[in-house]
Ligand binder design. Sequence first.
Ligand code: ZN
Length: 424
Amino acid sequence: MPVKGYCADFLFTGDQVINNGCVVYEGDRILEAGTKGSIEKCKDPVVLKGYTLMPGLIDAHIHITGFRSGDYIKESLITPYATLVARAIKDLESVIMAGYTTIVDAGSIISLELKHAEKEGAIVSPRIIAAGYPVSQTYGHGDIHFLPPELVDPRTSKLKMPFQILLCDGPSECRKAARYALRTGADFIKVFTTGGIASEKDRPEYQQMTREELNAIVEEAYRAHKFVHAHAEGREGIIAALEAGITRIAHAIYLDEDGISLAKEKNAVIIPTLTIIDLILRFGEASGLPEWAIQKTREAQDHHINSIKKAYKEGIKLATGTDFFINSRSYNVYGLNSLEILLLVNEIGLSPIEALKAATVNSAYVAGLTNEIGLLKPGYKADTIAVKGNPLEDPTLLLGPDNVHLVVKNGTVYKDTIVTNQTV
Ligand SMILES: [Zn+2]
């Protein structure tokens, strides 16, 4: 198998920074990563002057929907499904061009279907780890309160929509819903243990799903060697998720001391998704989101920042998820995934290196791919990006997709603007 390699001024392996470091691949795997002097296997590496090499970034909570507005009914029921898929493919391309080589889709049928196209190499896309159909109680955050329930659930709906939800009430229905999600090819199970912002008739504080229901879902996931990712915003729902053995907790808006100590005990990772809160407040009205969603976001923001700050101070691991679910027609949001890295630095107080660990090694855990991605280490997938300058000192460099000059996924080059720049 051909061996190829890159060297740069800085190499961030995911746990350390090496000056004048190199990474060498054989096929789709990393063969070696280390200082330039220690690398023997690559005879003729590409030398990137003025660049930083690092693992491909990971968005640990996103939704690929093809939506171009917050008008749920129009996008779900009027926009042709193929149009949504075409837009979704464009959004996936924007995400990988920004240096994100893996995404965790926390609920979307389009991702569940497109992950096969990604594996075949038919589309330019990050690796997709997809929940597909999330599991929700009736009147849960996943239930779409303003639609008839038979339209919401794919098992009764005659229509295909990008968001559909497996509604279940009682442990045996929830066990069946989890099995149905696995039957469709879900990489993990997504559940909602609280209400939320984008659900009309509940609130983030409301606990959803009983312990028995959660236990049934978690058991089914584990039996199939899969894991569970919980949408959990209110205190009780966060604690219930952790007690049921769920260690991937998204949002955590009203996280208190009890939740923090339980998260610590369980070694859970929190995916705060600060970005979506920020974007809803800045652009929600213009993108047609309903007023009730914007109002709940306003109420949540300060609590959210305080909860995540406390969790960070207590040493809870954080991962980067944007929770993007709508793109704008005029302004490409997908591709701005590194906003989450910047918010972790600017709002929560992480150092740039800690925020980059959140976007690599910690998010690899959320993807269920620890030991596969998130580090530049022998045997790991050859996912690497090169950024002009040093994002470990200035993480804002990651926000401009044009600063990401090299994107390699599985040893295949998806973007290389380095040669062009040197010849200019
Ligand atoms: Zn989400």
